[in-house]
Design a protein around this ligand. Structure first.
Ligand SMILES: [Ca+2]
Length: 260
C-alpha cells in the first residue's frame, strides 16, 4: 500500500520546486529601465539648427530663451551668429535664471514631446560644445550654477527638471543640498529638481559634452511609461551677489539612439 519512502520524497521535492518556481521568478530583480535601452544603433537627430548655421535673418530660428525671477536690474542678451553667445549681468539681490535651448514647440524636429519609453526602445543623449569666455563674481557668498538641463513631463502631467552642472561657484559647492560633499554627484535635490555635478569647465576653453539624458533622468526620477522630454537647454542660475558671465554654445544636438 502507498508509495515507498524514497518515492514519496521524490514527489515532495517535485512539488516544492513547482510551488516555489513562481516565487523565484517574482523575486528576480527587474532590470532598471535605462539599462534595457540600446547602447548601439543609429543616431537620429531630434532638433533643428543646433549648429546655428541658418543664414541671417534666421540664425536663431528654432532656439528659445527666457528668464525667470530677474528684475529690470539684470541685463541679458543672446546672440545667434554661427554659434550662440549669451551675456548675463545681474545686480545685487537678484535671484533667477536664464535658459537658452530647444523647446518641443519650436526646436524639436517633429514639434512633439519625445517619449522616453516607446514601443521602440530609445536612448536620448545631448551633444554640445560650450565655452565660458569670462566670469566675474562679486563677494564670497555668491551662488552661480551653469548647467545642461531638461524638463520631462510625466504621465500624470507633472514636470520634473534634471540638471547637469558643468560650472558651480565655490559657495554653491560649500552649501550643497545633495550628496556631493560626501563624494556623491548630486549638488541639489529638492521638489521637482535633481541637479548633478558633471564637471568644472575651465574658463576660456571649448569643451565637448555628451550627456546621456536617459540615464540621468532615470537615476533622478525613474523613467515610467508616459514620460516625455519637452525641453533641453543651458541654464545659468544666480542668487544674491552680482555676477557677470559670457558663455558660448554650438553644435547643440538632441539625439536618439535607435537599435538596428
Ligand atoms: Ca555653428
Amino acid at each position: 500500500m502507498g508509495l515507498k519512502f524514497r518515492e514519496r520524497m521524490a514527489y515532495l521535492l517535485v512539488a516544492v520546486f513547482v510551488l516555489a518556481a513562481p516565487t523565484i521568478t517574482c523575486i528576480t530583480p527587474h532590470p532598471e529601465p535605462y539599462r534595457s535601452h540600446p547602447r548601439s544603433g543609429e543616431w537620429k537627430i531630434l532638433n533643428l539648427n543646433g549648429d546655428v548655421s541658418l543664414p541671417p535673418p534666421y540664425c536663431g530660428r528654432h532656439w528659445s530663451m527666457h528668464t525667470v525671477g530677474f528684475t529690470d536690474a539684470t541685463v541679458w542678451r543672446v546672440f545667434f551668429e554661427g554659434e550662440v553667445k549669451v551675456v548675463l549681468k545681474t545686480a545685487s539681490g537678484e535671484r533667477g535664471h536664464l535658459a537658452v535651448g530647444m523647446w518641443w514647440t519650436t526646436g524639436f524636429r517633429h514639434g512633439l514631446k519625445i517619449p522616453l519609453i516607446s514601443s521602440t526602445p530609445t536612448r536620448i543623449v545631448v551633444d554640445f560644445d560650450v565655452m565660458i569666455e569670462s566670469l566675474r563674481l562679486e563677494g564670497v557668498d555668491q551662488w552661480l550654477r551653469v548647467a545642461l538641463a531638461c524638463a520631462v513631463q510625466r504621465g500624470d502631467g507633472a514636470v520634473v527638471y534634471t540638471e547637469m552642472d558643468f560650472w558651480d561657484s565655490p559657495n554653491t559647492l560649500r552649501h550643497p543640498r545633495g550628496n556631493v560633499s560626501l563624494g556623491g554627484e548630486i549638488v541639489y535635490q529638492g521638489g521637482d529638481v535633481v541637479e548633478y555635478k558633471i564637471d568644472q569647465i575651465p574658463l576660456g576653453v571649448w569643451r565637448h559634452y555628451r550627456v546621456d539624458l536617459t540615464e540621468y533622468v532615470d537615476r533622478a526620477w525613474g523613467i515610467r511609461p508616459g514620460d516625455r522630454l519637452e525641453s533641453v537647454y543651458i541654464v545659468i542660475e544666480v542668487i544674491e551677489n552680482p555676477v557677470e558671465i559670457v558663455l558660448h554654445l554650438d553644435n547643440f544636438w538632441v539625439k536618439a539612439l535607435i537599435p538596428q
